[in-house]
Design a protein around this ligand. Structure first.
Ligand SMILES: NC(=O)c1ccc[n+]([C@@H]2O[C@H](COP(=O)([O-])OP(=O)(O)OC[C@H]3O[C@@H](n4cnc5c(N)ncnc54)[C@H](OP(=O)(O)O)[C@@H]3O)[C@@H](O)[C@H]2O)c1
Length: 335
């Protein structure tokens, strides 16, 4: 089968090449992938910057496809069903944090950027009926991360103000759509004016360019008491100024560090405001189920930046590296 393989070659770690169709272990099902999507972890892996690198591995944490084989007769009801895959591997018993042997589908275990993937049957969820395979493939990892960051950690509800950084990103856009769906007041940042315009079309109240000198002052003019929640996947040089935007008893949720090490923060501003800084990673299996139901209930349409064939998948990694995308980069694999 055709696949996107991470190989131990620092000149170019990715290759589109043939791999064997996976053989099923007990409890597994074989999904014929219709569409897969990229996440930043795939690009970090390509750069050799993801913990626990394993070569060779098939990348891809997001996929939608049709169940073609089941190992156990008890799972026969899945045959022929169109599904999306929960990318959590071994979250464990505690809903608050993942177990020590937690991993994510698509390195170290072989992932969805291939014609077939084998996963345990308990990872499957039916594709929401209102979505195409390409749209459904965009959901799993980014949707889950956004759901936990926004609702569980950010405690965002109707009427709360929330600031989401780097709105061109996959997680950020789901957080925007989820926040708008529940009636939160959503503000965004981006490096690109056209992405701010698109975010407002999706329901954001206002957006600022984080490259401008006055970005944080402009936001405070709009929400002078600060933001009840800040959902940040960037860190980096803006971190210290962003912390100053938290409202009293607000939640600053950090789920990524795309922009690198954080700038210093003003500790008195933090403790005087009774605010919390919380880390958030992925989400537990209950949150995955709730997230898929939420997308179904609010008929959310994932924002797709582009769709391309598997043979051209490496160009999607380049696009992500350059930060050109607005939404998910999808790879179409079969009908
Ligand atoms: N903890 C977890 O479970 C988890 C899960 C998913 C992702 N992540 C991490 O979260 C980050 C985003 O992931 P993703 O898949 O959504 O990535 P993505 O789709 O590639 O989006 C990255 C976005 O980061 C934004 N960005 C870059 N520099 C920025 C800065 N200085 N300030 C604010 N935003 C900046 C850009 O937004 P603009 O183009 O709008 O400027 C870009 O579109 C990555 O670092 C990823 O590894 C963590």
């Amino acid at each position: 089968m055709k696949s996107v393989v991470l190989q131990d070659n620092p000149q170019e770690r990715l290759a589109v090449k043939d791999s064997p169709i996976p053989e099923l272990k007990p409890g597994e099902v074989l999904v014929k992938i219709q569409a897969a999507a990229l996440n930043h972890r795939d690009q970090w892996s390509r750069m050799g910057m993801y913990p626990g690198m394993r070569y060779p591995s098939i990348l891809g944490s997001d996929g939608c496809g049709i169940v073609e084989q089941v190992a156990d007769s008890a799972d026969q009801a899945w045959l022929g069903k169109t599904v999306i895959i929960n990318p959590n591997v071994n979250w464990g018993e505690n809903p608050a944090f993942q177990s020590l042997n937690y991993t994510i589908l698509g390195m170290p275990t072989n992932g969805t950027l291939a014609e077939y993937v084998a996963v345990p049957a308990h990872r499957l969820h039916l594709k929401p009926a209102h979505l195409t395979a390409e749209q459904a493939a965009a959901i799993p990892l980014a949707g889950l991360t956004a759901y936990r960051a926004l609702f569980t950690k950010g405690e965002v509800k109707t009427g709360k103000s929330v600031l989401i950084s780097g709105i061109g990103g996959g997680v950020a856009l789901f957080a925007l759509q989820f926040g708008v769906a529940v009636g939160a007041k959503v503000y965004v940042t981006s490096s690109k004016e056209y992405k701010l315009t698109r975010a407002v079309e999706l329901g954001a109240i206002y957006g600022v360019n984080y490259k401008s000198e006055t970005w944080s002052k402009d936001l405070l003019k709009r929400e002078y008491a600060g933001f009840d929640a800040i959902i940040d996947g960037a860190g980096g040089p803006q971190f210290g100024d962003t912390v100053k935007l938290i409202a009293s008893a607000g939640n600053y949720v950090v789920y990524g560090a795309t922009a690198g090490a954080p700038s210093p923060l003003h500790l008195p501003r933090l403790f005087f405001s009774q605010a919390s800084i919380k880390g958030s990673t992925m989400g537990n299996d209950q949150e995955f189920k709730a997230m898929v139901e939420f997308i179904d209930q609010y008929k959310i349409l994932p924002v797709i930046s582009s769709v391309r064939p598997l043979e051209e998948a490496i160009s999607a990694f380049d696009e992500m590296h350059e930060g050109k995308q607005f939404g998910k980069l999808v790879v179409k694999i079969s009908e």
